[in-house]
Design a protein around this ligand. Structure first.
Ligand SMILES: Nc1ncnc2c1ncn2[C@@H]1O[C@H](COP(=O)(O)OP(=O)(O)OP(=O)(O)O)[C@@H](O)[C@H]1O
Ligand SMILES: [Mg+2]
Length: 357
């Protein structure tokens, strides 16, 4: 949407007249303005430079055009900082935090390169999150949406979580409709597919699964066509994710980033419990530490290979809160401090409670 742009000698004169000011100011003042995807007026560098070169008699061909989009990427600093804080505040996950910082750097560099007209193979941002339950996959995926929104990569950054039931219809044809609708809803943000292998026929009894295949085919097409404003994250157990990605030749190549979520350690689980308690307005008394340590040890031994589940700490906290309430109700009145404190008594779990953590 250009309005009375300067061209030819007038453009050159204005350009010379400006001296030291920002490039964006010069471009705007010469009338070169376009509208970005949010409707904001931004300087139209591409047309400006082309016209300046033409005015100077220097433009021979427009071979650079395809590489340059001249878009100024606006980084929403408060949202970026908020999302990074959320990430930093998660207990552990050091390799994942490092990976996310690398992704942010790559995104910023790609944007700067595009701004300067440097070539940039538009690489896919779709991701695979591999890890057992409760290791932070959904939590991190939500943060990724906000981060990409803050970097102007995604237009909305919202989060749509789906599983097989939400994508698959009850008859052939209905799946196309359901999957399409969900992809449309997710566009501009993150589509998070939990236990993605449930979509593939190699899951379960190895029977053919036309519904799952139908969903995957649409997914593949959407992931390619809308990759500039949609991030698909598939998540689940590592070995099952491997067979899911092998189940369709197009799948593996669509994903560029693989992130592995390890089980939390004993120490990390304890920190997660303390943090969750604090967030809910509770503190753990010193005397509760030995019994909590013991609970975590037994729980980890029971769960074997999936023994680092942060959700079990939420369950443990809920049980302790219930037991504290019962304990406090035996008293005539309660102080604020008592209402906040969880003591060792509140962590005396029954066998069945411990098994079901
Ligand atoms: N590093 C962490 N620090 C604090 N809380 C965490 C952390 N990781 C996970 N949690 C908490 O644990 C719970 C489970 O996390 P989340 O849902 O992200 O796990 P998940 O890997 O997606 O699990 P699932 O595979 O079962 O869907 C959430 O309440 C989340 O807030
Ligand atoms: Mg999850």
């Amino acid at each position: 949407m250009q309005q009375s742009c300067l061209v030819g000698q007038e453009l050159i004169n204005k350009f010379i007249e400006f001296g030291k000011t920002s490039k964006a100011n010069i471009v705007r003042s010469c009338g070169y303005i376009k509208y970005d995807r949010y409707g904001n007026a931004v300087p139209d560098f591409t047309t400006f430079y082309n016209n300046l070169l033409t005015a100077n008699g220097l433009l021979i061909s427009n071979q650079n055009e395809s590489n340059t989009d001249g878009t100024e990427y606006v980084i929403a600093q408060p949202l970026l900082e908020q999302s990074l804080n959320e990430l930093e505040n998660l207990i552990g996950l050091s390799s994942i935090k490092k990976e996310v910082h690398e992704i942010i750097s790559l995104t910023k560099i790609i944007q700067e390169r595009r701004f300067h007209g440097l070539s940039n193979d538009s690489n896919s941002r779709h991701m695979v999150f591999q890890g057992p339950p409760g290791t932070g996959k959904t939590t991190v995926a939500r943060i990724i949406g906000k981060l990409y929104k803050s970097l102007s990569v995604l237009s909305k950054g919202h989060f749509v979580e789906v599983d097989r039931n939400k994508l698959i219809g009850r008859y052939i044809g209905q799946t196309t409709h359901k999957t399409y609708k969900l992809l449309e809803r997710a566009s501009g943000g993150v589509l998070f597919i939990d236990e993605a292998y449930s979509l593939s026929k190699s899951w379960g009894d190895n029977q053919s699964d036309p519904y799952g295949e139908e969903a995957i085919e649409i997914l593949l097409k959407f992931m390619e066509d809308f990759r500039d404003d949609l991030i698909v994250i598939v998540a689940g157990y590592p070995n099952l994710m491997e067979s899911f990605l092998k189940s369709n030749p197009g799948l593996k190549s669509r994903f560029s980033t693989y992130i592995s979520f390890p089980n939390y350690t004993e120490d990390e689980l304890l920190k997660i419990l303390i943090k969750k308690a604090f967030q809910s307005g509770y503190i753990l008394s010193k005397d509760s530490k030995p019994i909590i340590d013991q609970i975590i040890k037994i729980h980890m031994a029971n769960k074997k290979e999936n023994n680092g589940n942060a959700r079990s700490m939420r369950n443990l906290l809920d049980l302790a809160i219930k037991k504290q309430a019962f304990r406090l109700m035996q008293k005539v009145s309660r102080s604020k401090e008592e209402l906040m404190r969880l003591t060792s008594q509140d962590f005396h779990l029954s066998e069945i409670e411990l098994t079901n953590l």
